[in-house]
Write a protein that binds this ligand. Sequence first.
Ligand code: SF4
Length: 467
Amino acid sequence: MPDNESELREACGVFGVWAPGTPVSHTVYLGLFALQHRGQESAGIAVSDGAKIWVDKDMGLVSTIFDDHRLRALQGHSAIGHTRYSTTGASSWMNSQPVYRAAAEQHFALAHNGNLVNTAELAQAAGMAVDEIGSDSDVVAALLAKELSADGQDHGSDALMPSFLQVLRRLEGAYSFVMLTDHFLVGARDPLGFRPLFLGRLHDGWVLASETPALDVVGAELVREVEPGEVVVIAEGELVSHRPFSGEAATPRLCSFEYVYFARPDGYLGGQNVHRVRQRMGEALARQAPAPADYVVPIPESGIPGAQGYAKQSDLPYVDGFIKNRYIGRTFIAPTQELRRNAVRIKLNPIRENIEGRRLVVVEDSIVRATTLRETMRMLRSAGAAEIHLRVLSPPYRWPCFYGMNTTDRSQLIAANREVEEIRTYLGAESLAYLDIDAMVEAISPDSAPGLCTACLTGEYPTPLPS
Ligand code: SF4
């Protein structure tokens, strides 16, 4: 549900490429362009030519920051990139990524998707003062720099990977990293695999990306997911896999909201096409909560496949109820209530012809804060909707996320302290139903054990929580 105030925001997209003799910065640009939905506050690219690392980053969208001239200045054999939404650390140039550090004659650039839950403890271990803590990614870079210079000796490039693996063992929470050094491209995923990370082949080279469509757009072939708890190191064109975490592999906990909202529908997660998963959620919702209606209407964009599934299962006609303005970037926070209402219309405008006098099933992917959704319901009503039966493709979002979503404040979650009936009244719908959690998990993973995080829906967190 897109809006400044109520949008669920993902914590970043990462991309990496090792492909000597090719324009790697342009490849990263295209990869980041495909991952733009994962973060729109800032973006950056780091390139290595084997002796130096250059980093170029700025606030804004990938397409507004980089042009051909800027990309041509970034020459090398390997590169990483990042698109950012802030979770730990403010939205500022200082906290944009990739982060760069040099220590003990070594240097590296690091880009991170996810959120750590022991940042304060790590910052202390890195010797950072409270006012020095920027993003949790910066803390990881500081810790690695400290590890590298621990004994004051220069151990050469051989020291970097053992030190990085040592640092990874101290991290708690969610991370998919890409890291660039003079000699290596590295991808690392936390032991529970909260955030996705994929490995692809680009001719003789390698690509790492948060989502599979980013592999598609650069012409890379999907090899496999980087597995939870795996670190892949690409050097001299060869890939070596490390398993730095001791003990039995834990059950994976891929974020279920990657399927509900964040991931691109053309992508694959856990072997499942995201668009098809959302359709199955809609089908399950139609079985669970049928409604007397004339039309099924999606709230664009992520409600669309769910509405298609609901319509098919319930044998009701699917129609568009809104036109979404595709060209809008971030909007300003409007100073008056009236302008704020209009700001919703800038993004979404109703098609009166399909609404007036109709009983509508309206399909939404999730309800988090509900401020924008309330305005959307008002729009439908003022366009003449006779009845609105709101159907939601996920269970009530009741608990904060500490693994990379911007929902750490429970007081802002509408379902945290309200029953479904109160939410229905607040939104002004004739009926409201959420998909049951078992049905959601079944829709995500019909053939195998799911291995999902559902903490924001159940309150059952798979790691210790931040103090
Ligand atoms: S708490 Fe919710 S949003 Fe956060 S990682 Fe888990 S499922 Fe995803």
